[in-house]
Design a protein around this ligand. Structure first.
Ligand SMILES: Cc1ncc(COP(=O)(O)O)c(C=O)c1O
Length: 429
């Protein structure tokens, strides 16, 4: 009878999982062309022809807009920068409140602070991990200006209900779609659902260019304000004749020609890459369905998931083994992914702390030693988002061992590890 690797037995797998190598010859050739041309960025931070960037940036933006069926696609150097641009474009100002999620990457919640507006955390849905419409509505006050909603882990938010609330209260929706390209809601692409959508092109995402971000919108005014904020607005507004100076201190968030050239090639691969994830997840789920204490991710009605993460729920009451111990035993059976060795085996407990437990919120210190712009009325105390706290403390298991380039044999090792640990729970009790 085999012994678990965590207890000194043989591992299910002893070689690394295949790297997620999405950069190939097409990207290399595209970059070589840019290098040969010698123009690595063509932006000028003043009102001139090159205010909108060089040929690769402008072509890529056109292609992205066409691909997603939107009027404007605007590139920046990260999705974090995109969130800052979006927060500025909608005119956030001191005293404003923005509803955000506690269950996401930090920038989706902290972006309002850049314009001295205050993040207000609403709870998440137990089944889908996106913002819970009921709690969103509960957290709205006269100061609320917007909702930053995240298509978390790879699937869209409850568009019908959130949009009805936004309409009723006159709120902007910024959709952080860093994790869900090509996910859909009633046939419409995630990222194109809100007033402004955000995409990430960092190394860990479905497609990447190293670091990068894209904002999309159908609104001409918001688009132009985002373009100004990414490129030194304060130095441009006078010549361009811009009279609304609200949030027109600009940044340098510009993408280079190299990243834009890579992104153009990456976009052509996106459909295949998402389809591969879906296929791999189906195979894993089909082969884990006889494990009674694991629940596979629920998909919202009318939605298609794009699986940035494959998140399961784990029922400790059925196993008598803590989630931590179960995950440690799985990790011991498997191996890291090539090129990401330092991150360890990519099965873990997921987001473990609601964002409001970070020191900045707990101490209400964002600018210098003052509590500005946080107000006394807004609470970041434990208990404000009970569903999120419960999910962070127990139940979820995240893994990324369903990415494209995993062969059937690789996936079988993952499945085998789950079965081996599940069959030896007594060793962990
Ligand atoms: C949901 C979400 N929003 C925003 C970001 C920020 O993306 P970037 O690294 O491109 O700034 C990330 C990155 O992990 C993310 O997952």
């Amino acid at each position: 009878m085999s012994v678990l690797a965590i207890n000194g037995g043989e591992k299910v797998r002893t070689k690394l999982f295949p790297a997620y190598r999405v950069i190939g010859e097409e990207e290399q050739q595209a970059v070589a062309k840019v290098l040969e041309g010698g123009i690595l960025s063509k932006y000028l931070g003043c009102w001139a022809d090159d205010f909108y960037g060089g040929p690769q940036v402008q072509e890529m933006e056109k292609e992205w807009a066409q691909y997603y069926g939107v009027k404007h696609a605007i590139s920046v150097n990260s999705a974090t920068s995109a969130l800052y641009c979006a927060a500025g474009a909608i005119g956030l100002q001191p005293g404003d409140e923005v509803i955000v999620s506690p269950y996401t990457m930090c920038a989706s919640a902290t972006a309002p602070l850049i314009y001295n507006a205050v993040p207000v955390f609403a709870d998440i849905e137990y089944d889908y991990y996106c913002l819970d419409p009921e709690d969103v509505e509960r957290k709205i006050t006269d100061q609320t200006k917007a909702i930053i909603i995240v298509d978390i882990l790879g699937q869209p938010y409850d568009v019908d209900r959130i949009h009805a609330i936004a309409k009723k209260h006159g709120l902007y929706i910024i959709e952080d779609n860093a994790q869900a390209p090509l996910a859909t809601y009633n046939g419409k692409y995630a990222g194109t659902l809100g007033d402004i959508g955000i995409f990430s092109l960092n190394y860990h995402k479905h497609i990447h260019c190293g670091e990068g971000g894209i904002m999309v919108t159908d609104n001409d005014e918001l688009a132009e304000r985002m373009r100004l904020i990414r490129n030194h607005a304060e130095a441009v507004v006078e010549q361009k004749g811009v009279t609304n100076l609200n949030n027109m201190i600009g940044f340098n968030f510009r993408m280079t020609e190299i990243e834009a050239a890579i992104t153009r090639q990456q976009l052509k691969k996106l459909k295949w890459l998402v389809e591969e994830r879906r296929k791999n997840v189906n195979y894993i789920e089909e082969n884990l369905k006889d494990i009674p204490f694991l629940t596979m991710p629920k998909i919202r009605e009318g939605c298609e998931h794009s699986y940035y993460i494959h998140a399961m729920k784990y029922d400790q009451n059925q196993t008598g083994v803590t989630r931590e111990k179960f995950v440690q035993a799985l990790q011991a059976e498997l191996m890291p992914i090539e090129l990401r060795e330092t991150e360890g085996v990519k099965i873990n407990l997921g987001y473990q702390k609601p964002l409001y437990t970070q020191p900045m919120f707990q101490e209400k210190k964002a600018y210098g030693n003052t509590s500005y712009p946080f107000s006394k009325q807004i609470s970041y105390e434990k208990g404000i988002c009970p569903v999120c706290e419960r999910i962070c403390n127990s139940e979820t298991i995240f893994h990324e061992l369903m990415r494209p380039f995993m062969t059937k044999e690789d996936l079988d090792d993952v499945i085998h590890a789950f079965h081996k640990v599940s069959d030896h729970l007594e060793e962990l009790r």
